[in-house]
Design a protein around this ligand. Sequence first.
Ligand SMILES: [Zn+2]
Length: 341
Amino acid sequence: MKETFQDIIGAGAAVEHLKNALRTGAVSHAYILYGDKGTGRRLLAGVFAAALQCETRQENPQTVDRCGTCPSCVRWESDAHPDIITVTHAKKSKSDKRTDLSVDDIRRVVSDVPVRPYGSPWKIYILPDADRMTPQAQNALLKTLEEPPAYAVLILLASSLSSFLPTVLSRCVTLKINPLPAGKVEQYLQEKLHQEPGRARILSRFAAGSIGRAVELSESPDFAQLYGETVDLLRNLPHKDSYELAQFAKEYGRDRERMPEVLSLMRSWYRDVLVYRETRQTARLIFAGEVQYIIEAAMRAQEEGLAQVFAAFDTAERQMKYNTNLELILEVLLLDLRKYG
Ligand SMILES: [Zn+2]
């Protein structure tokens, strides 16, 4: 079954606002849900839209969650709800690579809004990446925002409000979705996705408060491989020969997108080494499943050596911005880590 309000954790003001709209019936015609990618904007929009349309819930407005069994809910479950429309960019040709909404996409919405809903009291449009609409596209939407039919609800999803025209903003209820504390994400991964505790902790740290990102990482075979290979390297770093380090640098240094993840994993590892060295406690370690290796490294490490390690990370990250030879940057870093770690 798709998510309901019960699955949304870290209930912030945005969630409360929408629940309240359901209870009181004071539903606005336009919302902007904004926050970092992966904070669950789209999830929340869907949960709200489906609840608004649920036939059982309409008879009993005090409940905020949809019933899951009425015809509206059944259609929603099977991705076939005619009155909950996610607007996507319609490609004009194969070479059309854009994904954000164009003026034409918005014009389609504008001409569809006056068509009454099929069988629901509401007709709901969800517009992802709405902050990437051009001013022209936003202007095209303006008329609908100014004079929406009673049944229309537009939910715009955005990273921030900065690129919206003031005229658009003034017509929308803006709701900010904040990232969750890492502990909440960790708990979610363990309880709902049954990730083992060590892995849940790593994923939650990497997801930076984003449930969506954590789920994506937990399901990503690429991340699993990257994690496995990086940890394997770090466990045995003192015994790795230069050829092995070069091979690793070759594999991950050619990938500008993955490289920050690799660096971030490695930096977290040494952060753990430092924490254990200072506190002699394992409870706060990120790599909860690698405790014996962290302890070994902490016993081995000299204070000065660890300072060199973090300096090496700083250097590598700085160079990454300017230098295109990521492979070399990574290889030099690995050699430093082996020497000082
Ligand atoms: Zn229902």
